[in-house]
Ligand binder design. Structure first.
Ligand code: AP5
Length: 186
């Protein structure tokens, strides 16, 4: 059973690769960013609470994302594996997830650290142009990544869960590398 967490700076290709791999493995791709953007579009209570954080490149408060992840991982389609994209994003969220997986008797999750240099990701994101893709907000997201999310690399390395993939290659090259990793882990 495949349970993968995609870690990496904004623009490293987490969403692109997680979606392709999830389709290939026939498991859900769970992107907290996508769920939040959909909620914002529909102006649900979650979307209204998340809006100002997402628009300014800040992290949404833990309890909001933790609740949505817990609910999503309880869905029937997530019982035979999943790819989490964008969660956890800080040590407190990683601790929450560890507890949740323990309680629900799930284990063996692996973490793919997809890395790419700042200038590469900034160029990619400016070319994409999502609402939070202005240069100023991208730089803020990178800063938040460095202070809040990057410590998870050591967190998961210490737990022997970390697999590193160079995100500064063509999409096809990254996909090939990920397929190899999944094959060797299963
Ligand atoms: P989220 O949606 O997770 O955004 P992000 O981490 O900033 O990631 P991106 O979607 O920008 O990049 P990506 O790595 O997925 O790259 P992608 O494949 O899209 O989060 C958004 C916001 O939601 C956060 O700022 C926060 O406010 C909130 N949030 C979400 N989760 C949260 C949490 N757990 N806690 C608190 N708050 C949370 O690719 C980017 C572009 O590059 C695309 O155009 C793509 O086509 C292109 N590309 C991809 N790979 C390649 C390649 N190899 N070569 C060339 N181009 C490529």
């Amino acid at each position: 059973m495949t349970r993968l967490i995609f870690l990496g700076p904004p623009g490293s290709g987490k969403g692109t690769q997680a979606q392709t791999l999830a389709l290939h493995l026939n498991i859900p791709h769970i992107s907290t960013g996508e769920i939040l953007r959909q909620a914002m579009k529909e102006q649900t209570p979650l979307g209204i609470k998340a809006q100002s954080y997402v628009d300014s490149g800040e992290l949404v408060p833990d309890e909001l994302v933790q609740d949505l992840v817990q609910e999503r991982l309880n869905q029937p389609d997530a019982q035979s594996g999943w790819i989490l994209d964008g969660f956890p994003r800080k040590v407190t969220q990683a601790v929450f997830l560890e507890e949740l997986l323990k309680e629900t008797h799930q284990s063996g999750e692996k973490v793919v650290n997809l890395d790419a240099p700042d200038e590469v990701v900034v160029t990619r994101l400016l070319a994409r142009g999502r609402k939070d893709d202005s240069e100023e907000i991208i730089r803020r997201r990178l800063e938040v990544y460095r202070t809040e999310t990057a410590p998870l690399i050591d967190y998961y390395r210490d737990r022997h869960r970390l697999l590193t993939v160079n995100g500064d290659q063509t999409q096809e090259e990254v996909t090939t590398e990920l397929h190899k990793i999944v094959a060797s882990e299963s």
